[in-house]
Design a protein. Structure first.
Length: 64
């Protein structure tokens, strides 16, 4: 069984990290470099949820 945090494409790590900071900025959440343990669950969910939404939209637009 694989680790749920392992990336299917390890080379995408940097792109996903950059994407995370872009989305955080869009939703008004300030992230610092490195560990963000002080981030509320609500803010983390807003960032992750918006990342997923944007990735799905991108994939759907490529399928058309």
């Amino acid at each position: 069984m694989t680790n749920s945090n392992s990336k299917v494409v390890p080379e995408a790590r940097e792109a996903l990290n950059k994407f995370k900071y872009e989305v955080a900025s869009e939703v008004g959440v300030t992230l610092k470099d490195g560990y963000n343990g002080n981030l509320s669950s609500r803010d983390a969910g807003r960032i992750g949820g918006n990342m997923v939404r944007k990735l799905i939209q991108q994939a759907e637009s490529q399928m058309k």
